[in-house]
Design a protein around this ligand. Structure first.
Ligand code: SAM
Ligand code: DTB
Ligand code: SF4
Length: 323
């Protein structure tokens, strides 16, 4: 899609926009379901990169304690509990610039992936930059989707990160696609970007081939000690418009209402679900930041008559099961 097409959708009168997004959702998704994904930080803090929003960058004093890589046994234990709690997707994140074939830490992550994939959940990892060889090994180990966000528009990206480029992100995404993994790619809003920057980000996502399987939309959680700690919260109607536009532009993608839900009311989240969000991170911690309590999320879904998505093995008409 072009920027102009996205601007036209985004600026539709609000209720017409969310009605259209709801129709796009109903045309492509059978049930009022929300996927619950568990996120686990398998290696926390001490990252070489300077992403201005991130509490895990070694360049800022954020108070995040560095932790070494979790062992496959420890990861497996958390994954078993996540499955018991109803998660159908398990996402492991590492605060690294990237991964290299032959590095013992990469071998350890491959073993963790093999263990989690045997449990029957979708396996997602976010390990930073990778090349063709690393991507092939991850696919062979059982990765369903690789999360690598473009985060903002190509123009705004250098204002947020200087240690790697927007093109580096696209190159990694190309390797993920070539290896046959699904791409989970989205961004953050609230980084001081314009609404057009958000649509330019969406323009890049809509031109991926194949289209991203999931699109996380994070609202900046301003982390003390980072350059973006003073950023103002995102306007809820701008968030809803962006979700609706994403649902219309990428109707088959899981649109994940990601970081920042602790600052959204129940009513705001209901609007986001109506506008097409159909996935959330479930569990009281994201990587380092807070997320709503499990019980309050389950209560919210129940009040909205939304069901947690069934495990993908029972749900095989979805794109995610085919990958
Ligand atoms: N190091 C890997 C990378 O950069 O892709 C993976 C981990 S990184 C923490 C994953 C994503 O989390 C980022 O791309 C960003 O979209 C999101 N994120 C990180 N810190 C955030 C914050 N403070 N608020 C909102 N989203 C954040
Ligand atoms: C994504 O887009 N959001 C998640 C996941 N992918 C890895 C991470 C959110 C991180 C929020 C900040 C933190 O916990 O430090
Ligand atoms: Fe490192 Fe990823 Fe955080 Fe950037 S977003 S500092 S690459 S962990």
């Amino acid at each position: 899609m072009t920027l102009h097409e996205l601007q036209t959708i985004y600026s539709t009168p609000f209720f017409d926009l969310i009605s259209r997004a709801r129709a796009a959702y109903l045309a492509h998704w059978k049930e009022n379901e929300v996927q619950l994904c568990t996120l686990l930080s398998i290696k926390t803090g001490g990252c070489s990169e300077d992403c201005g929003y991130c509490a895990q960058s070694a360049r800022y004093n954020t108070g995040v304690q560095r932790e070494t890589l979790m062992t496959p046994d420890a990861v497996e234990e958390v994954a078993i509990r996540a499955k018991e709690n109803g998660s159908t997707r398990f996402c492991m994140g590492a605060a690294w610039k990237g991964v290299r074939e032959g590095d013992p830490r990469f071998e350890s992550v491959l073993e963790s992936i093999r263990r989690v994939s045997k449990l029957g959940m979708e396996v997602c990892v976010t390990l930073g930059q990778l090349g063709a060889g690393e991507a092939r090994q991850l696919k062979a180990a059982g990765v369903t989707a690789y999360n690598h966000n473009i985060d903002t528009s190509p123009e705004h990206y250098p204002n947020i990160v200087t240690t790697h480029t927007f093109q580096d992100r696209l190159d990694t995404i190309g390797h993920i696609q070539d290896a046959g993994m699904s791409v989970c790619c989205g961004g953050i809003i609230g980084l001081g970007e314009t609404e057009d920057d958000r649509l330019k980000m969406l323009e890049v996502l809509t031109n991926f081939s194949p289209a991203p399987e999931s699109v996380p939309i994070n609202c900046l959680m301003p982390m003390p000690g980072t350059p973006l700690e003073e950023q103002a919260p995102v306007d809820i109607f701008q968030l809803v418009r962006l979700i609706a536009t994403t649902r219309i532009a990428l109707p088959r993608a899981k649109v994940r209402l990601s970081a920042g839900r602790t600052r959204l009311t129940r009513e705001a989240q209901a609007l986001c679900f109506f506008a097409g969000a159909n996935s959330i991170f479930y569990g009281d911690k994201l990587l380092t930041a807070a997320n709503p309590e499990k019980d309050s999320d389950l209560a919210l879904l129940e009040e909205l008559d939304l069901k947690p998505q069934r495990p993908f093995a029972e749900n095989c008409d979805r794109m995610a099961c085919l990958t």
